[in-house]
Design a protein around this ligand. Structure first.
Ligand SMILES: [Zn+2]
Length: 431
């Protein structure tokens, strides 16, 4: 049996610790098991030449920071067309979706993303993949997952006609009364979700969920130690969600100043998720609107609203978390755009690169249920780190696509990056 060293020492390099403190030259980061034990000068009791027990990474000339967290990443959407099969969704199967999700999270981890919050998927695929990673069946990021989104008639993800409802392969779960919603919270809790995802209208034109219904879900979820996140672009739904006490709000682009004041007063963060909109606009201009199959002008309006929101929210003291919606469409490829949101925060949200990194690491830990435990390089924290050959403070885009990674360490273990090239170039050609 081969011996895996229990101690990892990362020598040299420049540390960006995630706390917002300026980058600094460092001598040694010591990881014992899955936690960071020490950051600073090399402790005298560490025997660097004891290679049976101590692994050493020399990061001279490189940058060391906490692993990135994507606060909005889906892993169980999408189903390729298989030759010879009908195009109807009747051919989708949970077994295939699970295998696809299991492969996708490998790409996520190898791009330097060591944690993801998964606000909705099909069946209980995401719960299964999370547990397989936790049990050591396979590698992957830390996953914090919801089940299918709770929706009413006309909400986003209520896509089938009413006589079909929302079948199991749908990512929405139709619940048209508060009682049905509470029952669904209990069902999803029983099957192991970490949080409940609610979803209002697609674009926010009208409010689809009543405040009382959101409050009923929050009460039931919190009693069962589950949290609640909501897709809310509209003004009414954002205010209702804030007053009902959800744990985070996704988007909020049409919220008025007074709605945002309600959010600030209630104290929950917002996950704007501008990356998806930026990708639609960029790709639409490149390949034409028909191919992206989304309304580019509408996406542009949402994007511009989110840029305004970022400024307003910061002024009001609302914390913004960093999420991308990777996996919600085939062009939102795993491992490629998880760090694009940081670039948007810097370009359009007035964040410094250092602030964007803290948001995507220390602050984002909240979205994976590990606030204060991960996302910072400090003694006692969980050891999720990445090492880069370029300075992300000089150019925030070097974090994208894993191109400048030399090492990924998750839960104290060095991730083998060798399959990365093949994985990142893998195209789901059949999709
Ligand atoms: Zn999403």
């Amino acid at each position: 049996m081969t011996n895996t060293p229990n101690t990892l020492v990362i020598r040299n390099g420049t540390v960006i610790d995630g706390s917002g403190a300026p980058a600094r030259r460092n001598d040694a980061i010591v990881v014992e098991g899955n936690r960071i034990k020490h950051v600073g000068a090399l402790p005298p009791d560490i025997a660097l030449d004891d290679r049976r027990n101590v692994a050493v990474i020399d990061a001279a000339g490189q940058w060391i920071m906490p692993g990135l967290i994507d606060a909005h990443c889906h892993v169980s959407y999408g189903y390729p067309v298989i030759k010879g099969e009908g195009k109807g969704r009747g051919t989708t199967r949970p077994e295939f979706s699970t295998l696809k999700a299991a492969r996708s999270v490998q790409k996520v981890l190898r791009s330097g993303v060591t944690g993801i919050s998964v606000p909705g998927g099909t069946w209980f695929t995401d719960v299964g993949v999370r547990d397989a990673i936790k049990l050591g069946l396979m590698e992957g990021p830390r996953m914090y997952v919801a089940g299918r989104m709770i929706v009413t008639y006309g909400c986003i993800e209520d896509d089938e006609p009413s006589w079909e409802g929302t079948p199991d392969h749908s990512i929405g779960k139709l619940c048209n009364t508060g009682d049905e919603m509470v029952t669904e919270v209990r069902r999803q809790g029983k099957h192991g979700v970490n949080f409940i995802k609610m979803a209002d209208s697609r674009s926010g034109e009208s409010q689809m969920l009543a405040k009382e219904e959101i409050a009923a879900v929050v009460a039931e979820a919190h009693r069962r130690n589950l949290r609640v996140g909501i897709h809310s672009r509209g003004a009414g739904s954002t205010r209702a969600a804030a007053e009902a006490g959800v744990d985070w709000i996704i988007h909020a682009d049409l919220a008025t100043d007074r709605d945002l004041e309600a959010v600030a007063k209630a104290g929950m963060p917002i996950i704007p998720t501008a990356t998806f909109l930026a990708m639609v606009v960029e790709l639409g201009q490149k390949v034409g609107a028909e191919q992206v199959q989304l309304d580019i002008n509408r996406m542009k309006r949402h994007f511009e609203a989110l840029c305004v929101l970022m400024h307003k929210a910061r002024k009001l003291g609302i914390k913004l978390l960093v999420g991308t919606d990777t996996g919600n469409n085939t062009f939102m490829r795993y491992g490629e755009v998880h760090a694009k949101e940081l670039e948007i925060f810097v370009k359009y949200g007035d964040y410094s690169p250092l602030e964007a990194i803290s948001a995507a690491t220390r602050d984002n830990a909240y979205a994976i249920g590990l606030q204060g435990q991960v996302g910072e390089l400090a003694p006692g924290k969980l050891a999720d780190l990445i090492v880069l050959d370029r300075d992300p403070l000089a150019d925030i885009t070097v974090l994208q696509g894993g191109k400048h990674l030399t090492h990924v360490i998750k839960d104290g273990k060095i991730v083998d990056l060798a399959p990365r090239e093949e994985m990142l170039t893998f195209r789901e050609a059949a999709e």
